[in-house]
Design a protein around this ligand. Structure first.
Ligand code: SF4
Ligand code: F3S
Ligand code: FES
Length: 241
């Protein structure tokens, strides 16, 4: 079938502002949007720039706005979209070129929540044991692939880019509820700051956008509840403003 694409193009080194370009490619209805982008890049316009790596929904590098919603281009089928398929970079990040956005700040926030196991004792000779129920407690948030679709669909993030954002909170959740972790106080202090979890207004765009089906808003709510029960929040009641 023939598919019509409308792609927002922008090269900050050459263009004063973004421009829409139209392309028509021949693909199968069961091809992914990523296949259509490849058809443009490989056979029509090699200057079209976008990120992708695994092409199987694992690496998280090809999140983009497709017909107005954040999606992984490699996970959505051509047949499921009305034409023209309108493709734009994710909102809220500066554009480096075409569909490639600058995710430097995104990964700084990821690092700020310390997304690794923190322990104070000597490593045991074997693995640190955990029951199936303890493992299940944070199963959902282990699925995050750091694509950025949640954070860049969040109106609170659009309004204030200092907001740590749902992706970083999901990553914090994965360790906050891990029975083996001892870094809870450090992470909660970061999330209780003015740019932390209280910026979330429970809008749910993040949950709708997540290509991994993570219950993002639920995870954020659990982190808020943890903070409310902690001494950190009681020490800093003004931080919820
Ligand atoms: Fe992407 Fe979902 Fe992780 Fe957000 S929570 S970065 S949408 S995988
Ligand atoms: Fe934003 Fe999701 Fe909260 S869309 S406001 S982080 S529920
Ligand atoms: Fe890896 Fe799409 S290319 S998630």
């Amino acid at each position: 079938m023939q598919v019509h694409l409308k792609i927002k193009r922008f090269n900050p080194e050459q263009d004063a502002q973004p421009q829409w370009r139209a392309y028509t490619v021949t693909v199968e209805p069961t091809d992914r949007v990523l296949d259509a982008l490849h058809a443009v890049k490989w056979y029509q316009d090699g200057s079209l720039t976008f990120r992708r790596s695994c092409a199987h929904g694992i690496c998280g590098s090809d999140a983009m706005l497709i017909n107005g919603r954040n999606r992984l281009a490699c996970k959505v089928l051509i047949r499921d979209f009305q034409q023209p398929i309108v493709i734009e970079p994710m909102r809220g990040f500066s554009v480096l070129k075409d569909l490639v956005v600058d995710m430097t700040g995104f990964f700084e926030k990821y690092k700020a929540v310390k997304p690794y196991l923190i322990t104070g004792d000597q490593p045991p000779p074997t693995e640190r044991l955990q029951s199936p129920a303890q493992r299940e407690r944070y199963e959902d948030t282990t699925k995050c692939i750091l694509c950025g679709a949640c954070t860049t669909s969040c109106p609170s993030f659009w309004a204030n880019s200092a907001y740590v954002g749902p992706a970083a909170i999901v990553q914090a959740h994965r360790f906050l509820f891990d029975s083996r972790d001892e870094g809870r106080a450090e992470r909660l202090a970061t999330l209780n700051a003015a740019s932390g979890v209280w910026r979330c207004r429970t809008i749910f765009n993040c949950t709708e956008a997540c290509p991994r089906g993570i219950q993002v808003t639920k995870a954020i709510g659990e982190v808020k509840q943890l903070l409310l029960r902690s001494s950190i929040h009681r020490q800093r009641p003004s931080a919820s403003a």
